[in-house]
Design a protein around this ligand. Sequence first.
Ligand code: IMP
Length: 219
Amino acid sequence: MLNYVTTNPGKVREAESYLRDGTVAQLDFDYTEIQAAELAPIAARGAREAYRAADGPVLVDDAGLFIEALDGFPGPYSSYVEDTLGVERVWDISRDLDDRRSAFRCTLAYCDGEAFAASPDPVDRGDRVAAAATGPSDRNAADTDAEEEADADATLPVKLFEGYVPGRIVAPRGDGGFGYDPIFEHGDETFAEMDTERKNAVSHRGRALEKFAEWYADR
Ligand code: IMP
């Protein structure tokens, strides 16, 4: 059984549509979200922590909205920005940009405690060190010590799968979806105007799940 680590049952349903019936279960586990400039170290760190808690195979996903003209903002901080500023304010910030191209990105991190014989690219300690180096400067030594201790498994192999969907920021339209969906236009519809099936067919998470499912079938 594969544990999909999320508080959102919708993500589990989406994963089920890519994997064999009965192979995915939701694991409602609140892993530590480190601060990092990229999604990969956040997801990898979460997968290691969740693997220890679940004592079995886990899949963690981390996603975000990257606005090109704002150097990728809000990116890995998308959750925090949605909770604090809100999606309408992100539109306010973006409305006067000449170039409103953006993308949703999703990184899936898989860990089952075993090495990946066929995979030369497990995330190793180097990624964690890089993540710490790009973190905000106001982290104190105690935070860092706690993270070091909590991530004592940093050499535990993690396999990453990335998905991406391009689009542009527009004035909010549509009632469906969640998060930034109303301000993200792909083709001539916002994600909030698409039904779930259509969104999943093009979404960042769908693309990452597709890659994962293909690899996992042989695992
Ligand atoms: P998470 O990593 O899936 O929790 O997402 C991080 C942030 O990106 C949250 O603010 C989500 O609302 C937002 N987000 C992730 N995926 C999507 C999506 O498919 N549509 C809209 N917002 C998303």
